[in-house]
Design a protein around this ligand. Sequence first.
Ligand code: PMP
Length: 489
Amino acid sequence: MKGFRTNQMIAVDWKPNKQDKTPIYRQIVKYISEKIAAGDWPIGSRLPSQRDMAQTFGVNRSTVVSAMEELISYGILESDFGGGTRVASNTWSIRMSQPPDWNKHISNGHFRANLSTIQTINKKEFEPGYIRIGTGELAPELYPGKLVSRIFGRMPEKIPNLGYLGPLGLPELGQALSAWLKERQGIEAKPSNIMVASGSLQGLQLISVCMLKKGSRVYTEAPSYVKSLQIFQSAGMRLSGVPLDDEGITYWNMKEADSDSLLYTIPSFHNPTGTVMSEVRRREVMQFCQGLRMPILEDDAYGQLWFDENPPKSLKARDKTGSVIYMGTISKTMAPGLRIGWVVGPEAVVYRLGDVKMQTDYGASSVSQWMMTELLTSGDYDIYLETLRRELKARRDNALTALSQYFKGIATWNKPSGGFYIWLRLHCKVSMDKVFADALKAGILLNPGNMYDYGENHAIRLSYAYADPEDLRRALKILADIIEKHQKR
Ligand code: PMP
């Protein structure tokens, strides 16, 4: 509050402490503010001249000038006409004690925020009491605790140290992955073609910031997992959705594709629809993209989770010209918390990604990398995957039975041959926000299909991997009732 003016001249009898680490001008700012705040120097009172103050304080005049300027900028002091300085306000203390305007700062960052539904899901997933029917993660009961303890038991003699690693990650893991990718998936990749990432999501992030031109187009299946993220959009790329049919992406709809564009695809057990790209479509997609010299980013997060037979060979396994960047991860098969994924591509590409990775996090966890190496080289991973496939298949069957019990007439769905997801398409155009909110009230957390799509849809991404099978059946019954209630309105 500004007050009346007084001509009272202030007496100064204080000196800064030159031994103190606090800069002198800060000490002066603090001293004057405290005097004013305490009411010792009322509003309107005149301060001694800068020269006098410099003399009293035993400092250079420029130090006093800096302190005065700061106090004037806060509105605590003001210059008066005669070239002197007066006390202008004593309410700054309220202003000064306010924190920075964080809202302004956080909206200045270029990385976009998550969609609000996803923020809600991310929060609710960690609150107990919900049946999670859309979670893209293995159930805690499926975590192979005994296997992991056995592997960890062998670790101490395997780990020579836990120092930083090079840009491509742990060389032993590069070798193990190279051998495993060849043997299990027919992918020819030297260790120098493989970069270990902190999850495949980091692979995506690095690609978006290292390789793509701003404004260029990233084609994806519509719907697609990557549409639920803001990675490419935040880096200035434009996402374009290409419709899916039963055989995969309808690549002929990529009308403006050129060598600056990129195709991001999940050919095997697609997230969120569970679709598997057919053999023929894979060949055609490769031919189409290679003809345009357009890079392909193949996300194979779920490829190992087949139930009865392997899906057709990955795009990378067919790649003779270095057109495909391939990403794999252990997150969906075993443990997302290990944060281990791998990016396979031409050397120039993985070196570039590795160089930026070194500036980002200096490498994925070495403990996780040693563990992954041991899992692969011991053969334990392959044995474990066999049991996991059986378990997931049983869970899929449970979900399909429940759907035919409760959702006939309400929705249509696919029968996935691997992966985690069933794409449940509702027949009527109910508001998905309302379904989401009502399900939440009933203790069910679901993933509305809208978050993966380019336009509105009336679908739900179901996952049979997470919820307990009995809980999932119960939740589906409740959900069917909720949807029917909305249908009738
Ligand atoms: N790609 C796909 C298709 C996924 O579904 C997920 C996880 N939802 C990821 C990548 C991210 O996996 P990671 O934990 O390896 O970063």
